[in-house]
Design a protein around this ligand. Structure first.
Ligand SMILES: [Zn+2]
Length: 196
């Protein structure tokens, strides 16, 4: 995707993020960002951590095929969100996602190369459906990213919850959370200054 197109990047990353949140509420939320990461060669990251594979693929040490499928759905959700946003563009920018998805299909699901297209088509459809279902949340997270290019997982989840109309989740609550976080960091800096 063209590098200047931040809105598309935001929609793409928000697609990954909200899908992760809704399909894997048990996972550490990481963060969501539209800041260019040259080292990784990608425009944004939705999850932190080195290799989350064991977290999503297994439960009690046993591979859970439906969780692997959901993870692949999450990978397809970036491009699916772009297509939902602007069907005419023919979204690009998911080549890394596609590569990962193909790898997980063979590694965790044992999908042979010749049947991959079929599985891929089914999971892409699922991704489109999940994106559609949570579209308001994805749009809200994307909009937030345009003002705060890097959101903590908790912040991102709050934005999604507010957009989903979850009871007790408000913009004021989000701002309070941010203020609290900022205050905590200031305290840390003061402690550092003391010990220096
Ligand atoms: Zn992606």
């Amino acid at each position: 995707m063209p590098h200047g197109d931040l809105k598309h990047t935001a929609i793409h990353e928000a697609g990954h993020f909200v899908t992760t949140y809704r399909l894997f509420p048990d996972l550490y939320p990481g963060h969501v960002s539209i800041i260019r990461d040259d080292e990784e060669g990608s425009l944004g990251h939705h999850l932190s951590g080195e290799s989350p594979e064991w977290m999503f693929a297994k439960r009690d040490g046993v591979v859970q095929p439906e969780r692997v499928e959901d993870w692949i759905v999450m990978l397809y959700a970036g491009v699916a969100a772009q297509l939902q946003f602007e069907p005419a563009t023919g979204a690009t920018g998911g080549s890394n996602d596609d590569e990962l998805a193909a790898g997980y299909m063979s590694k965790w699901l044992g999908v042979a190369d010749q049947s991959r297209a079929e599985v891929e088509a089914r999971l892409r459809q699922l991704a489109a459906a999940v994106v559609k279902k949570h579209w308001t949340e994805i749009e809200a997270v994307a909009e937030e990213l345009l003002h705060h290019p890097r959101l903590d997982g908790e912040e991102g989840q709050m934005v999604a919850d507010i957009a989903a109309g979850q009871e007790g989740c408000t913009r004021e609550g989000l701002e309070r959370f941010r203020a609290m976080k900022a205050a905590r960091c200031d305290e840390g800096k003061q402690l550092d200054a003391h010990s220096a």
